[in-house]
Design a binder for this molecule. Structure first.
Ligand code: PLP
Length: 375
């Protein structure tokens, strides 16, 4: 049996909850949506929450809330999954890639500062591997320059920064509930924030732009059936079936976190003496929910180690190909060499299996294989 790099943990309670919804009146747009949103609000410290159908949808809605227009600039990291930048590119924004800190893999505030122009509309951080970005610095840079600070927290629900939960600080924070992430709804995501107006704009976009509240209508008082559309939106709703799964998963968030912390610590202790491996680091003011365990090795041996682990049924992963290396960005004129730290990070990176249900035995197998690599 192959050991994946990430996978879901589904309990009997999760199954009971999903079954309960299947037998109820509401499969979608029912009471479990609001309940899940309330739970996310508690965990994230954000007053306003809109759940959506994926992390990608969450980013799409967040850029709508930020009112991204053609020609606006979005500063973000190249060391991320495509959607972080793509969901701004689809509105005609210009993506400006800032380089990363070589140790955490997170966007470097100094690089961000040097790239801010009068056209910068959003700074999007990504809490790489679950380790929060430099929130205070990025937020200050953003607000000093009238820029929105967005945190793509697809990896980091459950992490804290200076004792504060991820979701509390950024103007908008997005989560993903894909099966490999810290908790899952199969597919799913959320936009959260403490500014009601911003999150409401995201919420409207998730459901066709429909307005049902009389006070917001151009022609109020028509009748109880009436709704209006002032701006187009999509159908990005998260059904009650999945919201029930998500709320049930959230109950185990601390359990997931301690399991991931234990796995993190064991890798770090067991691989510490190997001089050709660079282990992940942690700032002392953060407490990550570790989504990944990213090691780095000399670039000459990365492919060999990757193929060796895959050949032994360990489904390691590489996170991430620098965004602008993708032909879709290359065709827009981005050149290799743009962000040297991110490229160097990518060239040596391998993500080891990291998920709550990874057994001690499975982890021993991974550690043993790595220790034997040169034998
Ligand atoms: C997974 C991920 C996304 C997209 O989330 P989906 O739920 O898969 O759409 C966005 N950004 C980052 C950093 C991710 O890891």
């Amino acid at each position: 049996m192959s050991i994946p790099y990430g996978r879901q943990s589904i309990s009997d309670d999760d199954i009971v909850e999903v079954t309960r919804v299947l037998k109820s009146d509401w499969l979608t747009t029912g009471p479990d949506v609001e309940n899940f949103e309330k739970q996310i609000s508690q965990v994230s410290g954000a007053n306003h929450v809109a759940v959506v159908s994926s992390g990608t949808a969450a980013l799409h809605c967040a850029y709508v809330a930020a009112n991204i227009q053609p020609g606006d600039e979005v500063i973000t990291t190249p060391l991320t999954f495509l959607a972080t930048a793509a969901m701004a590119s689809v509105f005609g924004a210009k993506i400006v890639f800032a380089d990363i800190q070589s140790d955490t893999g997170n966007i470097d505030p100094n690089s961000v500062q040097s790239l801010i122009t009068s056209k910068t509309k959003v700074i999007t951080g990504v809490d790489y591997g679950g380790h929060p970005v430099e929130i205070d610095e990025l937020k200050e840079l953003a607000h000093k320059n009238d820029i929105l600070f967005l945190d793509d927290a697809a990896h980091s629900i459950g992490s804290t920064y200076k004792g504060r939960p991820i979701g509390q600080d950024a103007d908008l924070t997005t989560f993903s509930f894909f099966p490999t992430k810290n908790l899952t709804t199969g597919e799913g995501g959320a936009v959260v924030g403490s500014n009601a107006e911003l999150v409401e704009r995201a919420r409207k976009y998730r459901a066709h732009g429909l307005i049902r509240d009389d006070a917001s209508m151009r022609t109020p008082g028509v009748g109880a059936w009436n709704y209006e559309v002032h701006e187009f939106g999509l159908n990005y709703r998260l059904p009650d079936i999945l919201c029930a799964l998500g709320a049930s998963q959230l109950k185990r968030l601390e359990e997931f976190k301690s399991a991931r912390t234990e796995i993190f610590n064991r890798y770090s202790e067991s691989l510490a003496d190997i001089d050709w491996i660079t282990l992940p680091t942690k700032r002392d003011y953060v407490d990550p929910m570790w989504h990944l365990y990213p090691i780095r090795v000399p670039s000459e041996i990365r492919k060999k180690l990757f193929d060796y682990l895959r050949a032994h049924d360990v489904s390691v992963q590489v996170n991430y190909i620098p965004m602008y290396w993708h032909p879709v960005y290359e065709d827009l004129g981005y050149k290799r060499g743009l962000c040297p730290n991110a490229e160097e990070y990518y060239l040596g990176e391998i993500s080891l299996p990291m998920f709550a249900d990874l057994s001690k035995l499975e982890q021993s197998t991974v550690i043993g294989l790595i220790r034997n690599f040169f034998n």
